[in-house]
Ligand binder design. Structure first.
Ligand code: ADP
Length: 445
């Protein structure tokens, strides 16, 4: 009882016992008034009975106040314990600092993420958890905020770097709020370790790059026999010219203009074969995802020429309709060529058994964008795939992989553009994609 009463007179402040002066003063006031009134009652009545009643009431009031204070203290302590449990069980690190940057609270998740025990950090400057340059600049940030009120990060969140006890630097999401209690000001930071998120994002980027590359190889695989045929022409010509040149040389006419002419033709054909190989190599190489200003017409012509190798043999008429004076726009050349090769190869396959075999490749200047149109007169999109044309692994072909259109779409979207299909009014399909005249995001190689 006496302990309960006394407990009511003290409170808890920052885990330390502190005297509750307002409460003590209230008690002293009750005591003084009670004793004063009892004394006055005795003076007036000259009877100890009234004085005794007055002192008794005063004593009851004192005990009642003491117990009510105790309840308040107990409730405060329970609330503080609950608050502490919530903070300690939080998944994110929670760190509170005072206006000088000294750590006041460091929860369990913070211990896990940073490798320090709370006791090693509490009372120290929070900059011990930061790598350079934040380590040296942090005190300045706080001072600047307190004097100017200009917040760089307070009240918002941001991705920054933190430093583990073992010196490792790792990425975190940090959000900071300000707390004010009485005259003291402090800040509370909520921290999430984003190392895993970064790793999985990097993995997804690597896998996407791998898939984009595989799909390019697969497109080239489909072209292999046409390419062999295309290469065979200059090689046969080289063999023929070289043979004639050898015969002229055998006749002993080393200075003959004919000999020079045939050797010249040999070089020309070797150049042609070399060009085909170079185009092929640059297309199938694992490209970096760098973007440069490129002329769309040149990209479209090169890619279409690569994709239509052998198409004329199938009786397909390929026509270009290119807009004049298109300014260069930023793009990953190989990736955009990959899209064009995919779309043109699909068109050629759709045309193979058609009566009218026409393929038109067009470029158009649109407002703030440039558009590529690939129009065929083939069999049109099959109704079974029309609704989900860009879904991966969806194909109507015997040997199809069904990834060409979905990869093409992600490449165009990573360039902030749009790819879509529509029926060709004269029969067949039109694929269009638009690229904005501005920049773009990353998409894989
Ligand atoms: P794949 O060519 O390996 O099947 P794609 O993702 O490139 O994979 O194409 C998916 C499907 O879309 C094709 O199987 C085909 O049914 C349809 N398709 C694509 N382009 C055309 C086109 N120009 N005409 C008709 N159908 C097309």
């Amino acid at each position: 009882m006496v302990r309960d009463f006394l407990t009511g007179l003290v409170g808890i402040k920052k885990d330390r016992i502190a005297w509750q002066w307002p409460k003590l003063l209230t008690l002293l006031a009750i005591l003084a008034i009670g004793v004063g009134l009892s004394f006055a009652a005795y003076e007036a009545s000259r009877s100890w009975v009234w004085a005794g009643i007055g002192l008794g009431v005063t004593a009851i009031l004192l005990v009642a106040f003491g117990l009510s204070f105790r309840e308040t203290v107990r409730a405060e302590r329970q609330a503080a314990e609950r608050f502490r449990a919530v903070i300690d069980n939080a998944h994110d690190a929670i760190i509170a600092i005072d206006s000088l940057g000294r750590v006041e609270m460091f929860n369990r998740a913070a211990e896990r993420i940073f490798g320090f025990q709370a006791a090693e950090v509490v009372g120290q400057n929070v900059n011990m958890l930061m790598p350079a340059p934040y380590h040296d600049e942090h005190d300045g940030y706080i001072k600047n905020y307190i004097t100017t009120g200009t917040a760089k990060i307070i009240g918002t969140g941001r991705e920054v770097e933190a430093q583990h006890k073992d010196g490792t630097i790792f990425p975190i999401d940090l959000s900071i709020g300000e707390m004010q209690s009485g005259n003291s000001r402090g800040f509370i930071g909520v921290i999430r370790d984003t190392t895993e998120r970064h790793q999985s994002e990097r993995r997804v980027r690597e896998l996407t790059a791998e898939l984009v590359h595989i799909s390019r190889l697969s497109a080239m695989g489909q072209l292999a026999s046409s390419l062999a045929h295309e290469l065979n022409q200059p090689l046969t010509a080289i063999a023929n010219y070289a043979e004639v040149a050898r015969q002229i040389a055998a006749m002993g006419d080393g200075n003959s203009p004919k000999l020079r002419e045939f050797l010249g033709k040999t070089v020309e054909q070797a150049d042609r074969a070399g060009q085909i190989i170079r185009r092929l190599r640059s297309f199938v190489e694992k490209g970096s995802t760098e973007r440069h200003p490129e002329e769309l017409n040149r990209i479209v012509t090169e890619a279409t020429n690569l994709a239509t190798i052998g198409a004329r043999v199938d009786g397909i008429r390929v026509e270009f309709d290119l807009a004049e004076a298109l300014p260069a726009i930023s793009m990953d050349k190989i990736q955009i060529q990959q899209v064009i090769v995919n779309l043109v190869r699909n068109a050629i396959e759709a045309l193979r058994d058609a009566k009218r075999r026409e393929l038109v490749v067009q470029t158009i200047a649109a407002s703030g964008a440039q558009e590529v149109v690939i129009r065929d007169t083939g069999h049109g999109i099959h109704p079974s795939v029309a609704e989900k044309l860009f879904t991966p692994f969806l194909t109507t072909k015997k040997d199809g992989m069904g990834i060409g259109l979905s990869i093409s779409q992600s490449i165009i979207e990573s360039h902030e553009g749009r790819l879509w299909a529509e029926p060709n009014p004269g029969g067949g399909t039109i694929f269009r994609f638009r690229l904005p005249s501005g920049g773009a995001r990353e998409a894989g190689a």
